[in-house]
Design a protein around this ligand. Structure first.
Ligand code: NAI
Ligand code: MG
Length: 347
């Protein structure tokens, strides 16, 4: 038995940090089936060279051969570039990776202490404004731009169930639904109601009785997140709010370079650091590899290889706690390769 992992480094620091995640998986030895890696192309650089950001071959190999994948980051221009469309947004759709799960956890100074921040953002991953149906019109009063925001009962139920399932497995068992249905009563209203109803569905009856539910309007959720992050356990949100909330939560634990995620569907799991391609630090061997290494662990956890995942997570925690080998985003003088070595030694 083997574990086939697709590797999509993408652009920028993705190319520097994905190899670190690969090394961490390899270091696990017999705790997981023998890993096999296949390198796959995607990203803006691939687009400028070959005219496509997501080659068909990449999708086909992922679908037909891989058990899971690790995605680095891609650079997406903030201006419209004809023919270009973000491959990560497309991949989430074609592989039906409907949930983006982003645990944000701080490392306590002492292993006997509780972390100050320990929450999971469960972000819907396929709809909301990310359906990218935008149009520009020229009217007599000037330009007018519109975007469609799609919220379906099906996707909201899916993500809601994922949130309750994750909460059930955590000590506090608490879900906070994030929305703005005071203003967007139709779209966010549907999201809020559908998620709320998940525990009452006949086929799930009794399953989530021990999970408590709260809800919070997104702007005040950000406020409370910064003032009292400990009130949150699992935060479930539509795509855009979840995207913003998880970057905000990353600031609470010191760096985006620490926060992992998985894109999860019923048939496929893809690990991905929350950060982007970080053009400001690319090529200097100072990108923090820990978000990618933790994404590998999270991916393994979702695949059921808990022991391997825990070994990686513990190694990362110890390296951060000791503070001897850290990249500049965490105040250290270390390098990408140095930090990776330190983690591999701990594993
Ligand atoms: P970013 O996440 O790339 O960087 C934000 C800040 O955090 C920068 O100062 C960067 O140096 C720092 N940072 C990020 N990751 C780090 C790491 N591992 N170690 C140390 N420092 C780190 O976001 P930004 O700058 O807004 O976007 C840059 C490009 O990345 C854009 O083209 C954007 O479209 C793309 N992007 C791609 C994502 C993806 O592929 N899923 C997600 C977010 C952005
Ligand atoms: Mg983001």
């Amino acid at each position: 038995q083997s574990l086939k992992v697709g590797l999509i480094p993408g652009d920028g620091i993705g190319v520097e940090v994905i190899p670190a995640a690969k090394e961490a998986i390899l270091a696990l030895g017999s705790d997981i089936p023998k890993p096999e890696f296949v390198d796959l192309a995607a990203g803006f650089e691939h687009f400028t060279r070959h005219g496509t950001a997501l080659p068909d071959e990449t999708v086909q190999i992922m679908k037909e051969e891989c058990d899971c994948a690790l995605f680095g980051a891609v650079s997406s221009p903030t201006r419209k570039v004809v023919g270009y469309s973000s491959p990560i947004v497309a991949l989430r759709k074609v592989l039906d990776l409907y949930a983006n799960v982003r645990p944000v956890i701080s490392v306590a100074a002492d292993s006997s202490q509780k972390p100050a921040v320990d929450l999971v953002v469960v972000r819907e991953n396929t709809e909301c404004l990310y359906v990218k149906q935008e149009e520009l019109k020229f009217t007599e009063n000037g330009k007018e731009a519109r975007a469609t925001r799609l919220i379906t009962e099906r996707a909201s139920r899916h993500i809601g169930q994922m949130a309750f399932e994750i909460a059930k497995g955590r000590p506090r068992k608490h879900v906070t639904i994030i929305h703005k249905s005071n203003v967007l009563s139709v779209t966010d209203g549907l999201f809020r109601e559908t998620v709320r109803e998940v525990p009452t569905l006949p086929e799930l009856a009794g399953k989530y009785d021990d999970v408590t539910i709260a809800e919070q309007i997104v702007d005040s959720a950000v406020y409370r997140l910064f003032r009292e992050p400990q009130i949150y356990d699992v935060m479930v949100a539509p795509n855009l709010y979840g995207d913003i909330l998880s970057d905000a939560a990353a600031a609470l634990v010191g760096s985006l370079g620490l926060v992992p995620s998985v894109n999860a569907g019923d048939k496929f799991i893809m690990g991905e650091p929350v950060h982007g391609s970080a053009p400001d630090i690319v090529g200097q061997n100072i990108a923090n590899p820990l978000a990618s290494i933790r994404s590998a662990a999270l991916m393994l956890r979702f695949l059921g290889y808990t022991k391997g995942a825990e070994r990686i997570d513990r190694a990362v925690e110890e390296v951060v706690r000791e503070g001897r080998e850290l990249t500049p985003d965490l105040g250290g003088k270390g390098t990408t390769t140095g930090v990776t070595e330190a983690v591999l030694k701990k594993i």
